[in-house]
Design a protein around this ligand. Sequence first.
Ligand SMILES: [Zn+2]
Length: 416
Amino acid sequence: MTLPDLPIDVGRIERDLTELARLTEPDRPYTRQAFTKLDREARELVAGWMREAGLDVHIDAAGNTIGRRSGRTDGPVMALGSHTDTVQAGGRFDGIAGVVAAVEVARALEQAGVVTEHPLEIINFNCEEPSVTGMTPVGSRAMSGHLDLSKLETAHDPEGRTLAEAIDFLGGNHTRLTELIRKPGDVHGYLELHIEQGLVLERAGCPVGVVTHIAGPIRGTITVTGRADHAGATLMDERQDALCGAAEVILALERAAKDPSLKDTVATIGTAHISPGMVNIIPGRVDLQMEVRSIRQEEKERVRGLFEAACEAIARERGLRIDVQWLVDEPPVTVPQEMQALVQEAAKELGIQTVSLPSRAMHDASWMAMIAPVAMVFVPSKDGLSHTPDEWTDFADVAAGARVLGRALLKLDAKE
Ligand SMILES: [Zn+2]
């Protein structure tokens, strides 16, 4: 099979990434949280690039921006995408590199005069980062039919609007969210380029990674309840100190995730709230938020079991109440062999070296995997850093990834 060489242009990639980086809260680079004015501005900028690339642009009911290119047939679509929203004080590449690369592929197809069999959609997904508690990623979840519509009026965006209002602010329509759901068969395949956010590619000196699995998190809350009391008058053996219990709980989760029976699991307690929270009061209550991530569902279950048993023991020993509540459990994804092969072969034909590796972070591809075959192309992260202003990927590496992405897309087009 002879495939056309796509004229991917590193200069355009650099220009687009630089322009998007300018759209940040000025005193807190790089912050462009979902549903903010800056987010909307960035989405409009990308929509403009899509139009210039000859795409037919619309915003779907969930606020995803979609640029469509016709194919020879009107059957299932191929999709490329990622996200342009950021965490607070995040980076210039997480998600953004994937959208910029996807738009560049569309431009290169146009420039080379390539007409694909399948129609193509370039998707800038809405709200991938956890800006709306328990509901993200909003856009890809909605597209796969997994957005909990009962929470549209109770979940809130960073500006304090309801999720329903926030979706409409971006040009979506919260009353029509069921209409955008894609069913298996609607999408011929979904490809996403993303920065690795780890050290594997940099250490291997390799510009492109082929993703084998995508880890899925379980997230939950822990409430440790003891008794608030005077910090001077209450003797040590008379206390029910919730914070001391919480300290043991935190270490118990760390221990559970380090259990020798596990290969690929990480666990984190990322927030802690102490009440009443004064220096002369024994803490009466501590609220913690945790997550456990793995590419293996059975390992997540194992951590969960070990941790819950440890919490029961700590509660007994210290006379505390410990409530563990699991809120979301997102299943890990195994990238289909034949989809990994598309990326591998594309890179090989371009003379670009690859490494196969799991993704330890979750992506829009995790949700698209529920309705379509997916593959992911990773590009290196300098020093493995991400979700920080120091996040960096060389433009040449993004371009190499985009070349692989484009060629893998053409292979997907030719695939039965
Ligand atoms: Zn991302």
